[in-house]
Ligand binder design. Sequence first.
Ligand SMILES: Nc1ncnc2c1ncn2[C@@H]1O[C@H](COP(=O)(O)OP(=O)(O)O)[C@@H](O)[C@H]1O
Ligand SMILES: [Mg+2]
Length: 204
Amino acid sequence: MGNPEIHQHRHTVGQAERMRLKPHLPACLWFTGLSGSGKSTLANAVEQCLNRDYRAHTYLLDGDAIRMGLNSDLGFSLPDRAENIRRLGEVARLFMDAGLIVLTAFISPLREDRARARQIVNTGRFIEIHVDCPLEVCEQRDPKGLYRKARRGDLAEFTGISSPYEPPLGAELTLHTDREAPEDCTRQVIQYLIKEGILTDAAS
Ligand SMILES: Nc1ncnc2c1ncn2[C@@H]1O[C@H](COP(=O)(O)OP(=O)(O)O)[C@@H](O)[C@H]1O
Ligand SMILES: [Mg+2]
């Protein structure tokens, strides 16, 4: 697309200059999974570990908070969900351009929408993390009481009940939160970042 009337100024300080200020590479950790699967819990735990043990400059974009602010004009229809994720991709791209490790915790139910976010970010450091947990377990946890509401018919277009969730086919990481403790899941993410050279092992 692109408006031919818009000419971008070339700035002197770019991503490379910002990256030199940080002990890590910019990256996007894209958590996807059903409501109650553990995206917010794990994104928060990973961010805490990155901040405390690796002095990493991070920012967590959490679905609920973003939907109250930047995306407060959007609902839960599939077109609105697509726009929600498109904007998230753009915001993640900006944060990476600023040199940060950005974590996103959104259901992001459709493969196509996640693929578009990956395209927008457009680096090899888009890390799709499938927070994999059976619907029955998420429904038992029901941390926000949303499944109960959806089953009663008081909540339309709820992922897993009345709106689809397409599990990733090629996620960089899959975390099984029904049988792996949060600490183990967090460790797997950190190990992955070290393996990919995004972080340097703090223990070494
Ligand atoms: N291994 C695990 N990883 C993450 N959360 C877990 C795990 N085991 C149990 N839980 C619980 O599951 C719930 C997940 O809720 P939340 O993180 O808000 O999910 P989401 O952000 O995906 O909707 C929390 O109550 C959390 O304590
Ligand atoms: Mg959440």
